[in-house]
Design a protein around this ligand. Structure first.
Ligand code: ADP
Ligand code: MG
Length: 673
């Protein structure tokens, strides 16, 4: 193979000879049969064979090569718009051809446009299996790819890397049979089963892929179990914090805290995801964890994906924690250099117990004296690069590895969680604090905007507050900003004498904070905002939310936004205003929002509508490793793969290594992010 050709194969993800075997067909052509010409129906893709009875170039209306092919049953026209002189010879009158293509009823009977054809050699038998068609790249012909794959397939002698008992229990075929059955299926294989990847061969390949992923995740988990973390076991600060809280923990919060607290008291680093719907009260659990770490003589860090969210944490946590003697500090990119330097110094000297901020926390210049716990809010919103930076920060923090607590309001369905987060333990808060009122969701066309503003006035007259959300315009941040500014100007005039505030992502931190404070204090009745308020904002008196152009938002975003109301004692309303006509997807999303408030159900439908890759953000780790499995369709295999991985790593390590090597080669690094 030439160097250039090797480069082309690499673009298909093929580096090693064995990778060719996992370059699986995208579809098939059936060349195992010859259809009598008279039986070909319009729209059928068929193979026919016959003798050329006409071959001529017709100059008008467009230069065309017209060929007529006859067998005993009838005649088929073949039409070529692009052709070479040599083709005239190959298709000269009297030649026998075997032709493959889609038959169409034309003006002058059945015909095929640009069919594949070759000389028919009498006596050569028809293929016994379907002909695979592979994805390829420009410069690498189908015949070359197919030739390369089938050559390796003929010589295939892969050892089994899956224990026979597992295969028997799952009724999966040997790997060699599975691969042969996918590359060269018998003509009897139902096309739908091939397309849906539900043949036994496909199930086997999918299982092997999932097994590789699980092996690698379980390994990562075992590596972590061998690392040493500080034992955070002093419960004094945490008890004082609990006593000072203005409310009692819900049962779900208590359970989650019990799990986290137990992890912290162990000498292995915790790696736990705290999952709970919007408003379920994750922050207080994080505060308890911080109190435990600090009370035990260590520092804690809390990192949030946006400045506004980090500020909300600061506002919420500082009054709670300072009461129990915790020294808090704030660090974000928008701080002046001198301010940053001062904070960094305090952190390095150990004069700060809890550092709250954005990803500025993980910059190289920040060095903790004794970091014992890192809390990451809305962790799925951080990119892989940031998560890797956090990891290396933690590993470099001290002799021991800090505990890690991640929080997410996006409920992740079980199989997805197992597949993407097998190295994570998960605690779930599945109960909202008491006294929450359900939120009524209304779908209103933009044409009825006047009714909506009337509602805003009524709410303000009743002493309540209103969020007015403008959409994010992905293509243009400037335009996005302009929309928010224009909306603010228009609403200020329309709603006078109500006080209307504006907050958006491009504002200076101090200005943003001032507006948020004014809204919290009730000085503003209406807050116009871009999606910066999507997460974390907490003003219980705000009981009406208007979302403009709701059709442009994703489901998760709408759910997060809606969670900003319904936090007080009064009934709340969320008005999703849309501009018709709606696309099918937008209609589906709005319908979902109207029908349910259950974050888990919304996540499930979101997953269904978008697929797992996008659902978790394309940057999500394990994703790059799953080429064939579909976590929704193959959920039974995910569970089986998990069990098998644990079992193999206990007793069949060499087999596990061979399996990983075959499936991942050098790609295991992906998983560590
Ligand atoms: P999220 O899980 O979305 O981060 P928060 O932690 O911001 O939710 O909590 C939402 C609101 O509920 C906050 O105002 C918080 O103080 C309040 N809260 C949390 N736990 C309880 C509880 N057990 N009882 C009453 N209110 C609570
Ligand atoms: Mg939160």
């Amino acid at each position: 193979m030439s160097k250039d050709e090797a480069a082309l194969f690499r673009r298909l993800g093929i580096r090693r000879e064995q990778d060719l075997l996992l370059h699986l067909p995208i579809r098939y052509e059936d060349e195992t049969r010859i259809t009598p010409i008279a039986e070909a129906r319009s729209g059928d893709t068929v193979q026919i064979e016959g003798e050329v009875t006409r071959c001529e170039i017709v100059p008008r209306p467009r230069r065309t090569l017209l060929v007529e092919l006859r067998d005993d049953s009838g005649a088929m026209g073949l039409r070529f718009f692009h052709f070479y002189g040599s083709q005239l010879k190959q298709m000269a009158v009297g030649r026998r051809l075997r032709v493959h293509g889609e038959a169409r009823g034309g003006l002058f009977g059945m015909e095929m446009v640009h069919p594949r054809y070759r000389a028919a050699t009498p006596g050569v038998p028809l293929p016994q299996s379907l002909t695979p068609v592979y994805s390829t790249v420009a410069g690498l012909g189908q015949a070359r790819v197919r030739g390369a794959v089938l050559r390796v397939l003929r010589e295939l002698d892969w050892d089994e890397t899956v224990p026979p008992a597992v295969l028997a229990a799952l009724r999966l075929p040997p790997i060699g049979d599975a691969l042969r059955g996918i590359h060269l299926p018998t003509p009897e294989t139902p096309p739908s089963a091939l397309a849906e990847r539900s043949t036994p061969g496909w199930r086997r390949v999918i299982f092997d892929e999932l097994l590789a992923q699980q092996l690698s995740l379980v390994r990562a988990r075992e590596r972590r179990a061998q690392q040493i973390a500080p034992v955070l076991a002093d419960g004094d600060a945490e008890r004082r914090l609990l006593a000072a809280l203005p409310f009692k923990l819900t049962g779900a919060q208590q359970r989650a805290w019990a799990e986290i607290g137990a992890d912290l008291a162990r000498a292995q680093p915790m790696n736990r995801l705290l999952q709970g719907d919007v408003g379920s009260g994750k922050t207080v659990v994080a505060a308890l964890a911080a109190a435990r770490a600090i009370g035990s003589g260590w520092q804690a860090a809390l990192m949030a994906p946006t400045e506004i969210l980090a500020e909300q944490h600061l506002k919420k946590l500082v009054p709670w924690l300072e009461r129990v003697g915790v020294r808090c500090a704030w660090l974000s990119g928008s701080l002046k250099e001198a301010g940053k330097r001062a904070v960094r110094q305090q952190v390095a000297d150990g004069d700060v117990d809890l550092l709250i901020g954005t990803h500025a926390l993980i910059e190289d210049t920040v060095v903790f004296r004794r970091l014992g716990l890192a809390i990451v809010d809305e962790q799925h919103r951080f990119g892989v690069a940031q998560r890797l930076a956090l990891r290396s920060k933690l590993e470099g923090a001290s002799q021991t590895l800090p505990h890690q607590l991640m929080m997410s309001a996006t409920p992740i369905p079980r199989t997805l969680a197992m597949s993407y987060y097998a190295d994570l333990d998960v605690s779930v808060i599945d109960e909202l604090p008491p006294g929450r009122k359900p939120i009524v969701t209304k779908l209103v066309s933009e044409a009825r905007r006047d009714e909506v503003t009337a509602r805003v006035r009524d709410a303000a007259a009743a002493g309540r507050q209103v969020y007015w959300v403008c959409p994010l315009i992905e293509e243009s941040e400037a335009l996005d900003l302009q929309t928010a500014i224009d909306t603010h100007t228009a609403l200020s005039a329309e709603l006078a004498p109500l006080e209307v505030g504006l907050v958006h992502g491009r504002m200076a931190a101090a200005d943003k904070q001032a507006v948020m404070n004014a809204f919290s204090a009730g000085q503003l009745q209406v807050l116009v905002a871009t999606t910066v308020i999507e997460v974390g904002v907490d003003v219980p008196n705000a009981s009406l939310m208007i979302v403009e152009h709701a059709e442009r938002f994703g489901l998760a975003q709408l759910h997060q936004l809606r969670g900003r109301v319904g936090r007080g004692a009064t009934d709340s309303v969320c008005v999703l205003m849309y501009r018709p006509p709606l696309s099918a997807g937008a209609r589906e999303r709005l319908k979902t929002m109207y029908e349910t408030q259950d974050g888990f159900e919304i996540a499930r439908r979101d997953l269904q509508q978008r697929g797992p890759g996008e659902f978790l953000g394309a940057r999500q780790s394990g994703e790059a490793l799953l080429r064939f499995a579909d976590l929704d369709r193959d959920s039974d295999l995910v569970e089986a793969a998990r069990d098998t991985a644990v079992q193999m790593l206990r007793g069949q390590v060499a087999l596990a290594d061979a399996h990983l090597q075959r499936w991942l080669g050098g790609r295991e690094e992906f998983l560590k992010a």
